[in-house]
Write a protein that binds this ligand. Sequence first.
Ligand code: ADP
Ligand code: MG
Length: 292
Amino acid sequence: ATPMSIMVGVGRGAQAGVLIKNAEALERMEKIDTLVIDKTGTLTEGKPKVVAIASAEGFDEAQVLRLAASVERGSEHPLAAAIVAAATERNLELAPVRGFDAPAGKGVIGMVERQRLALGNAKFLAELNIDTAPVAAKAEEMRQDGATAIFLAVNGKPAGVIAIADPVKPTTPDALKALAAEGIRVVMLTGDNRTTALAVAKRLGIAEVEAEVLPDQKSAVVEKLTREGRVVAMAGDGVNDAPALAAAQVGIAMGTGSDVAIESAGITLLKGDLTGIVKARALSAAVMSNIR
Ligand code: ADP
Ligand code: MG
């Protein structure tokens, strides 16, 4: 495309909240046939809320929430923010945490009031040799509703499970409909549990789901599709999405997301509105037809 037509395209994008960083991204966008898309913070608001709490024998809901929030204060994850917000709303007094650690895509651990706390998904607790069976049925119910189930263990024993739900962005269904109409193959890519991911995907009409993908494995999904001959765009908001954004033909970051994601992407959707992907494709087609 000519420098002039690219400048016009970039300008029109900016007016629509679609920030195009380079000519390459604009030129490639119309050739995309596959969109790999992160769930939390991309398809959804990324502002999850605690919607239910279940406690195991010997604990009550307030205790579960207070202990969970005490550890999560150390984490910057949106799920952590939801748990801390719910505890604050109920005026629960949080305790200090020592020896805090947050393995990416898994959960958090720390010492609170001389108790060893672990909080995270079922896989993470299994890795720590904690048997979540006493609250497993509750967790499964939560997931079938599309919520993320976060387990709390105290001194190696399950204490409860917290359901956190993240509403879909109001603009997401329209964006997906338009992309489907253009024949784009959409693949949801998430670190979240499979049942939760499938529940959200079903609601959105997304047929392909790659769930329980650890942060360092996300780019492998993009690379595999590329090897299969697909022309892949990747959309995501998180630090954990950055390598996948960089691996794609076009990386699309949410302006509402992390700086690392924005730096790794050729296009940024200022307000995180996914209809911007459709607009970027239209701009790309317009710019490229100018030179043909
Ligand atoms: P996504 O790919 O959907 O943006 P992440 O890779 O950030 O999600 O996280 C994947 C999963 O790891 C979460 O669904 C959750 O089960 C667990 N997890 C990550 N961070 C935390 C945390 N701070 N507290 C509890 N669980 C967490
Ligand atoms: Mg995310």
